[in-house]
Design a protein around this ligand. Structure first.
Ligand code: 5GP
Length: 114
């Protein structure tokens, strides 16, 4: 896949407010937050969309979700609750083609989403 701005954030070529990092995952605050807490969890491995995840990366997707949940707990957000979302392609609302999990917290979420 081509490089994206998230690749540039991983390589520290553009700044981001990074809140978590390990060997496989990076998390940073969304530049246009949709909730008081809005953090993007991304794999360092560039994969364009959820459609492109091979079976061999099933554990990586699981790790992304669990990393977000554990970070939420570490921030005291677990009991009140939060939402995690992964948008896929145009109708899913995806704009950056490097998969990412949105973690939204700090306000009441509504369903169905718009
Ligand atoms: P998507 O629409 O693809 O699911 O989510 C992409 C997210 O990336 C959006 O919520 C958008 O605000 C965020 N975003 C876009 N450009 C930047 C940037 O340069 N820095 C950060 N931190 N977030 C960005």
């Amino acid at each position: 896949m081509g490089d994206t701005l998230f690749g540039k954030i991983i390589r520290r070529e553009i700044p981001a407010d990074i809140v978590y990092e390990d060997a496989e995952v990076l998390a940073f605050r969304d530049i246009a937050p949709q909730a008081p807490v809005h953090v993007l969890f991304i794999p360092k491995k560039p994969i364009a969309t959820l459609n492109d995840v091979p079976d061999t990366d099933a554990a990586l997707i699981g790790k992304l979700v669990l990393t977000a949940a554990r970070w939420a707990k570490s921030q005291g957000l677990a009991d009140d609750g939060y939402r995690v979302v992964m948008n896929c392609n145009e109708q899913g609302g995806q704009t950056v083609f490097h998969i990412h999990l949105h973690l939204l917290a700090g306000r009441q979420m509504h369903w169905p989403p718009g």
